[in-house]
Ligand binder design. Structure first.
Ligand SMILES: *[C@@H]1O[C@H](CO)[C@@H](O)[C@H](O)[C@H]1NC(C)=O
Ligand SMILES: *[C@@H]1O[C@H](CO)[C@@H](O)[C@H](O)[C@H]1NC(C)=O
Ligand SMILES: *[C@@H]1O[C@H](CO)[C@@H](O)[C@H](O)[C@H]1NC(C)=O
Ligand SMILES: *[C@@H]1O[C@H](CO)[C@@H](O)[C@H](O)[C@H]1NC(C)=O
Ligand SMILES: *[C@@H]1O[C@H](CO)[C@@H](O)[C@H](O)[C@H]1NC(C)=O
Ligand SMILES: *[C@@H]1O[C@H](CO)[C@@H](O)[C@H](O)[C@H]1NC(C)=O
Ligand SMILES: *[C@@H]1O[C@H](CO)[C@@H](O)[C@H](O)[C@H]1NC(C)=O
Ligand SMILES: *[C@@H]1O[C@H](CO)[C@@H](O)[C@H](O)[C@H]1NC(C)=O
Ligand SMILES: *[C@@H]1O[C@H](CO)[C@@H](O)[C@H](O)[C@H]1NC(C)=O
Length: 472
């Protein structure tokens, strides 16, 4: 007996649907494991390797893995002197509270893995405030440890093949907005008093506050990061090098509710006393979207000084400003020898913005005679479209910002531009080949603004080719 054609088709369709259901349920529930060998660049390769599940990790998105991370890292820290170890976070959703890294160690987050920050405060230990800040940014006293934290370490790599770290920050943003924080919110990744750091090939989303915060550290490489947070989320700065020497930030993309990069070095009298600058910083091939903040901010906390910053090939879209300086009386120290070239900007409120009255202070104990020195600020080769104000350059009375140089800049304005395109007060410097025409305080001098020819040692640090392998 012959089946009707339509019956055949129906049967075939049901079979296909059934197969589809089967295979998707296999993928979802039975975790098909494939042998994989993943190549990745790192400061150092490790002799030993372990997987989070070796230490009781459960990747269901519900079970807390704080103890599994702690047990794993405690165990692997014993191997630091024997070639070091790497911990692989395999595919799955790994809920966790804060945990601490160790030296000669690699945390590798697989592309199908998501580390989820738990929304239970008891899993976030409190730390003392940072000595160069004197208080927390959200509250005077304690601060929550970052999700991934490390202190007094050497040779640490946090990487993956685009695995995700999700801070689940909504809980913290709400508390912040309702003014219910008694302690400062946690960051996503913070490493203190350390050297030889690499943070790369990860997607960081929804941090409770700042995303990446290397502080009091040196020899830091940050590359291939995608950092995403809602543009209205509070203080979700992308990358904040803070009192760091020799840092390279490259090939990264940030969408955030605050500055995409904020270069810092401590706050008022606490930062002046701690006296550790951020210097020898390279930022290149970097893209930012942040409608209410800067592409790169220098400050406002700059009381240990900021010097020798080189930024090139910077793109910003729908962002408030380009490379902005923020400071105030009370900060002391300096921002000097800043070099920026090749910025491509589209839909900006300001191309150039410097603010000398960014007067948030940790407490009334700041020194009213601590005048910051802002000098040697160089911008060249900038193309901008759809701009509201070309520049707002506001130095400090009796403490002008000096040796500003701006050359080869072409700014195209919005169809409703502001009348005063260059609003300059208490600044000195020169310009060359800049449109629209700059202010009188920055007269024309026929030069190209400088950008250093030499290379910084951090630019020549080569990464080795390392592997993780296993059935994931
Ligand atoms: C932890 O390290 C010890 C060696 O110090 C080893 O014997 C043990 O098997 C490790 N534990 C796990 C869960 O891998
Ligand atoms: C991490 O180390 C710091 C400083 O040693 C400590 O205060 C904190 O409790 C540690 N965090 C965790 C999660 O163990
Ligand atoms: C870490 O290093 C700093 C600066 O050298 C030091 O003050 C602090 O005591 C060290 N902390 C630990 C936990 O070793
Ligand atoms: C890291 O990201 C870069 C840029 O997307 C990519 O070329 C490289 O293959 C990535 N590395 C790994 C290990 O995924
Ligand atoms: C990494 O993942 C993010 C988020 O899914 C995505 O936007 C980005 O393009 C990915 N990067 C690479 C190199 O695959
Ligand atoms: C914050 O501190 C106040 C007063 O010390 C206390 O009443 C309140 O419960 C605390 N809030 C939280 C969320 O811990
Ligand atoms: C900060 O340290 C430098 C040396 O690194 C020194 O020259 C300077 O006077 C110090 N500044 C303060 C305010 O202590
Ligand atoms: C230009 O900028 C304005 C804001 O000033 C924005 O609303 C508009 O969408 C932008 N236009 C384009 C074409 O990007
Ligand atoms: C010019 O800048 C000063 C200082 O930032 C500000 O107070 C003033 O309102 C600005 N003027 C205009 C017309 O934007």
């Amino acid at each position: 007996m012959e089946l009707r054609k339509s019956q055949v088709i129906e049967t075939l369709i049901s079979a296909i649907i059934l197969l589809g259901l089967l295979s998707s349920s296999v993928a979802a529930h039975c975790a098909v494991r494939y042998a994989e060998s993943i190549e990745f660049p790192a400061l150092n390769c490790r002799k030993h390797s372990a997987v989070l599940t070796d230490f009781g990790g459960v990747g269901d998105g519900k079970t807390s893995n704080t103890q599994a991370f702690k047990a794993a890292i405690a165990n692997l820290s014993q191997l630091a002197a024997d070639g070091g170890a790497q911990l692989i976070v395999p595919p799955g959703k790994w809920l966790t509270g804060s945990f601490n890294l160790t030296s000669h160690f690699t945390l590798f987050v697989h592309k199908d893995a998501v580390i989820l920050g738990v929304q239970d405060e008891s899993e976030w230990p409190l730390l003392p405030v940072l000595p160069s800040y004197g208080r927390g940014r959200d509250a005077p006293d304690g601060r929550f440890s970052s999700l991934i934290f490390g202190t007094n370490l050497t040779d640490v790599v946090i990487t993956g093949n685009n695995g995700t770290i999700d801070g689940q920050g909504a809980y913290w943003w709400k508390k912040f907005k309702e003014d219910k924080l008694n302690e400062t919110r946690p960051y996503l990744i913070e490493i203190m008093y350390s050297n030889q750091l690499q943070i790369s090939n990860l997607t960081l989303i929804n941090s409770p506050s700042w995303n990446v915060h290397p502080i009091y550290s040196s020899d830091v490489i940050i590359q291939h990061l995608t950092i995403l947070a809602p543009v209205d989320s509070p203080n979700t700065d992308g990358i904040n090098p803070d009192s760091c020497i020799n840092t390279r930030i490259e090939d990264s993309f940030v969408v955030s509710g605050d500055d995409c990069i904020a270069v810092k070095s401590g706050w008022d009298q606490y930062g002046i006393k701690f006296n550790m600058s951020t210097k020898h910083l390279v930022i290149r091939r970097f893209t930012c979207i942040s409608p209410d903040s800067a592409t790169i901010a220098l400050g406002s906390e700059m009381s240990g000084g900021i010097e020798d910053v080189r930024a090139e090939d910077i793109t910003a879209i729908n962002t408030q400003s380009g490379v902005r300086i923020k400071t105030a009386v009370g900060r002391g120290a300096y921002v000097k020898d800043i070099y920026v070239r090749r910025m491509t900007l589209n839909t900006m409120k300001y191309v150039f913005w410097m603010t000398g009255s960014y007067s948030s202070h940790p407490d009334p104990g700041f020194d009213p005679n601590a005048f910051p020195v802002i000098k040697g600020i160089n911008y060249r080769d900038v193309v901008a479209h759809n701009v509201t104000y070309s520049a707002r350059l506001e130095g400090i009375e009796k403490d002008p910002f000096t040796a500003i140089c701006i050359s080869n800049v072409n700014i195209k304005l919005t169809n409703k531009p502001k009348e005063l395109q260059w609003n300059c007060t208490n600044v000195q410097g020169v310009t060359n080949r800049v449109t629209p025409e700059p202010c009188n305080l920055l007269p024309v001098k026929e030069i190209d603004c400088p950008f250093p020819d030499d290379r910084l040692p951090i630019e020549d640090v080569m990464l080795k080719t390392c592997f993780v392998s296993g059935k994931f």
